[in-house]
Design a protein around this ligand. Structure first.
Ligand code: CO8
Length: 258
């Protein structure tokens, strides 16, 4: 599929996907959501870490496209929300790490896109918010689910009810992002983090992600049992043999992702 709104670069196991709709500060219309959906399906074992960012200097993603949403009725609103939620869930459940490099506005659906990634790092110019109630809607791409998980119910409710926009330093303080960098450093830092991940066993990272994501919504016994099962599974991989043999023989491991 030809993408009109995505710029994709592959670089030694690291893929960068930029949302690119300059006229609307990278706001997500249904075509962009469908392009992201397609792009996610095309990822194969040559991508071991995905970085998502926004094109240009001003915006990550300034939300869902308000001009498209303005004329929707209830079934269409439901369908638009379902499409976004499904695409973001596909990102969240990818078997590889996904880093959001938030380079500017991450509002509404933009904040929700960042939250579907495993890790968020931000430029000092980034701004976050869920301003939907000011438009007469609620966060509809799973923000009411993911924001309280990341920052706690109290702050999530404050952000969602007030629609306030917070700066990167505040996002760092509340745990919405892991780190804040100068704008010109952001992509290098994202690549650096991805490169550290590339050194490790791919299947182990994937199983760790599954254990964290699925375990989070289970009770203690369920989560610990799941981890136990996935831990056991590691011992059926070549990477476990390689990682431990390399350690014992004081050499660098060469993981194959098997
Ligand atoms: N949708 C459509 N167009 C947008 C959007 C958007 N979300 N954001 C910006 N644009 C457009 C502007 O209309 C403007 O277009 P034009 O040049 O043709 O007038 C252009 O981008 C540049 O924007 P501004 O001139 O407004 O730039 P400023 O620097 O003055 O302001 C802001 C930047 C603060 C980001 C401002 O543009 C803004 O407030 N944008 C809207 C932010 C917002 O409310 N986002 C949340 C949208 S709702 C949402 O995401 C819901 C997700 C769940 C949906 C569930 C569906 C059922």
């Amino acid at each position: 599929m030809e993408y009109n709104f995505l710029k994709v670069e592959h670089n030694d196991g690291i893929t960068v996907m930029k949302v690119s709709a300059p006229k609307s500060l990278n706001a997500l219309n249904s075509t962009i959501l469908e392009e992201i959906d397609d792009f996610i399906l095309t990822l194969d074992e040559t991508t071991r870490v995905l970085i998502i960012t926004g094109d240009g200097e001003k915006s990550f993603v300034a939300g869902a496209d308000i001009s498209e949403m303005a004329h929707l009725d209830e079934p269409q609103g439901f369908e638009f929300g379902r499409l976004g939620a499904q695409v973001f869930r596909a990102i969240e459940t990818l078997p590889i790490p996904v880093i959001a490099a938030v380079n500017g506005f991450a509002l509404g659906g933009g904040c929700e896109l960042a939250m579907s990634c495993d890790i968020r790092i931000a430029s000092s110019k980034a701004k976050f918010g869920q301003p939907e109630v000011g438009l007469g809607i609620i966060p509809g791409f799973s923000g009411t689910y993911r924001l309280p998980k990341l920052v706690g119910q109290g702050y999530a409710k404050e952000m969602i009810y007030t629609g306030k926009i917070i700066r990167a330093d505040e996002a760092l303080r509340i745990g919405l992002v892991n780190a804040v960098y100068e704008p010109e450093e952001l992509m290098d830092k994202a690549m650096e983090m991805a490169a550290m991940m590339l050194k490790n066993a791919p299947v182990a990272i994937s199983l760790a992600k599954q254990s964290i994501n699925e375990g989070y919504d289970l009770d203690a016994d369920g989560a610990i049992g799941l981890e136990n099962k996935l831990f056991g599974k590691c011992f059926a991989t070549q990477d476990q043999k390689e990682g431990m043999d390399a350690f014992l023989n004081k050499r660098k491991a060469a993981f194959k992702g098997e």
